[in-house]
Design a protein around this ligand. Sequence first.
Ligand code: ADP
Length: 438
Amino acid sequence: MSFIKEIIPFELHHHHQYRSIAAFVFMVLLFVATSILFIPIFLAIDFNIGAYIMVYVFISAIIYIIILRVTKDLDTCASYFAIQSIIISLTLMYFTGGIISPFVFWFFCIGPITYLYCKEKVALFWTTISIVCFFIFLAAHLLKYPFVNYISGDVSYTLWAFNFLFCSFFIITTLRSFQKGLKKANKRLHESNDKLISSNEELERFAYIASHDLKSPVRSIISFIGLLNKKYENQFDENGKEFLNIISSNANQMHELIEDILEFSRSNNRVIRKEVVDLNLMLKEISSHFTSKNKDAQIIFGELPIIKSDYIILKQVFQNLIENGLKYNKSYKKVISIQYIEQKDSLYFRVKDNGIGIEPVYFDRIFEMFQRLHNKEEYQGTGIGLAICKKSIQQLNGEMWVTSKVGDGSIFHITLPKNNILTNLNENENLVDLEITA
Ligand code: ADP
């Protein structure tokens, strides 16, 4: 129905509530048609007040459209609709026998209709008002209030049947229209989801190919810089040597970045293996690797569980977190503690450091690709490590997040599904809550 689109202000054509707005306009047009139909009927049966009310219905329907076009706000419009509908239905009912009026169905429609168009709170308000009004009429009826009835006999039955059918038709068509809208929106959502998945895959493929192909020329640059340095070192003056150093450091940075991007792309498609992983042995290995390189580092952990998971992924994650904990650390004695607790639904690990800490605004951002809080002169890095860690843990159906206090250190939290566990340790024994002192 293209003329409905014409009535709706252009600004609302791409509004997420467009379907509701269109249904609302359709309903208003039905009101216009109904009022035009009822005016001659009421005049014919000498129910002049009814005819005036129908003129009012006609005018207020036009005002609904004007309000919609001016305010461009469905809520304002729907509230106006609710007030008008309550007034119109009550007046009609008042003159046509009160609670036994054939227009009582119109009244029953107000609540459900406002729910379709308004925000829940607004709809609840108007529905409550209409229910209260209905009960007042019911009470008046029970107290035998003498309602006038301009329509009686056969005409009343006919109108009763007509209104019943009209309101049922009205509610059903509106609901159908919403259902259709919902289906359409769902379809669109699926389509854009598919597009998103395919463009994501394309992007991942691109990142993989680009980094893979860049790897060998960069490696070749680095090795030729090495050769140049070795063979012609004496032929360079101080400036030349400095330039060579800059080229070399940039090439190395580029190599590191390419390696990390490649690692990130690889991690998208890797097959998750389930093998027996003794975290105690793994952490021992990682720990000796770091403490042998870094004499002022201390890595502490209590008894850890043996789990069924992917060894390479877990090692990569713990290694990365420990490396960061030592790197972003200015303490005299750098201490990393790995703590474990078996929770009701999951296995919970914390990697705690006594480093520089992270401001709360960056808690989410550090897990995004290329997000670094420091420049390369201060701390070397590519900003990819934590993105890989988080993705890896999610691939194991776990979660990862950080809490920290600037100056006090950071805690990286990891949970893994409980069904990964092979050894059950006593809960209290596992949590090695170590005081970290700088
Ligand atoms: P990279 O270390 O290569 O820069 P990461 O993804 O591992 O990349 O970390 C992202 C950023 O998060 C780092 O640049 C750093 O600013 C911050 N960060 C990570 N770990 C810590 C930590 N343990 N303490 C303080 N800051 C950290």
